[in-house]
Structure formats: C-alpha cells, structure tokens
Design a protein. Structure first.
Length: 131
C-alpha cells in the first residue's frame, strides 16, 4: 500500500491540530483499491527539547476496490465496490533541519463499510517535506 498525504497545521508548527487529505492507492493479489480520505491529527512533543513528534489521527472518506473473484472451477470475474472508509492510528515523526520529515506509523487500523465489510491494519514508513 502507498499513501500520499497533504496536511495543514493551524498553528504553523508541527504540533497541535492538523487537517489534511489522503490518497491511498494499493494493489496486489488480484485487488486494486483507491481511496480519498479526510484526516484530522493532533501532534505533540513528548520531550520538549527534541524534534520528535507523536501524532494520533482519525480519517474518514471513500474507498473503491476492484477485485477478481474466482469459483472452485477457476471461472473468474471482476467486481467493483465503493465503501465508506474509517481509520485511525498514530505517527511518530522526526523533523530534520526544520524542513524534512521522517516518520513511522507503528500501527493503524481501518474498516470499510460497503456491500462487504472489511478491516485492515498497517505499518508504514515514510518521509516528506514541510512548507
């Protein structure tokens, strides 16, 4: 899975409330998904003298899945499904030189509510830039 996230911190600092948009394309094992979600996070510094930030978040939006469904005889067909996606997790971030960000998301959970209900969990490593 991949994620492309954009966020805005109301204070102009990496701490406090943040709102953002998240694009979530993923593919593998005959499944392709794409989501567009809104995210709310609240960043705080557990140690005031470090650039280490912890940011729990909640996100909600729309997820579309396309998958191949096969029966026992090997007859396959493609199905598509749109679903409401609700997720939550926590990021641990380090700011480098005031601009660059490296993060780990040790755990995140989500649930899709559509014609099928499904859940997910994840571990994510990433990086980016702040402006």
């Amino acid at each position: 899975a991949m994620e492309l996230a954009f966020g805005y911190h109301f204070s102009g600092e990496p701490t406090g409330p943040m709102v953002g948009a998240v694009l979530t394309p993923a593919f593998g094992n005959g499944v392709v998904t794409f989501g567009l979600l809104a995210r709310f996070a609240w960043g705080f510094r557990p140690f005031s003298n470090l650039s280490f930030i912890v940011a729990p978040f909640v996100e909600a939006g729309w997820q579309h899945s396309a998958l191949d469904v096969c029966d026992f005889n090997g007859n396959c067909r493609s199905e598509g499904d749109g679903a409401f996606d609700l997720g939550f997790g926590v990021d641990a971030r380090v700011t480098i030189a005031g601009r660059w960000v490296a993060f780990v998301r040790p755990v995140s959970f989500g649930i899709y509510f559509g014609s099928r209900t499904a859940s997910r969990y994840g571990l994510l490593f990433g990086g980016g830039a702040s402006f």
